[in-house]
Unconditional design. Structure first.
Length: 152
């Protein structure tokens, strides 16, 4: 299981997600460019000392990321409010990569089109979206639960 962030905008959210991945032993890919310097104080504050134990790979662009995932046999699962598959209806595989778009813009259509599945987290109709770190935690929890990959 992997998690990936497409051109993240907010250092605090990225740091929180890095911390999440470190705690669960899940690799994370950061697809650049980021909307903040990768040395940002907010990033360090939110990831705390967990960042040193996280398996973080920075990717120069989406093509670099997609090529690496294809070579590794990973299926890209895009988490999006426009997803046609509900999270509880998704059947995850152990080698999936959960991709989340940038906080401000999501992902462009060409990235959306390259995902094997587009998954949404069901919520009340009058709300647009969850915080990206919250969505990452919810989806990662379900994927780890289904695939039996929780840490011992």
């Amino acid at each position: 299981m992997r998690l990936a962030l497409y051109q993240p905008d907010i250092a605090g959210n990225t740091g929180t997600i890095i911390r999440l991945c470190a705690c669960f032993g899940v690799a994370i890919d950061i697809i650049e460019p980021c909307g903040f310097p990768f040395s940002d104080k907010q990033l360090k504050r939110s990831s705390m000392d967990y960042a040193a134990r996280a398996d973080v790979t920075r990717r120069i662009n989406f093509e670099n990321f997609a090529d690496a995932m294809n070579r590794g046999g990973h299926r890209i699962i895009l988490l999006t409010s426009k997803g046609d598959t509900r999270l509880p209806d998704t059947e995850f595989r152990a080698d999936d990569v959960l991709l989340l778009g940038s906080e401000g813009a999501g992902v462009p259509d060409d990235v959306h089109d390259r995902a094997a599945l587009c998954v949404r987290i069901p919520m009340q109709v009058e709300f647009r979206s969850l915080n990206i770190a919250v969505a990452a935690g919810i989806a990662l929890n379900e994927a780890l639960r289904q695939t039996g990959q929780y840490p011992a």
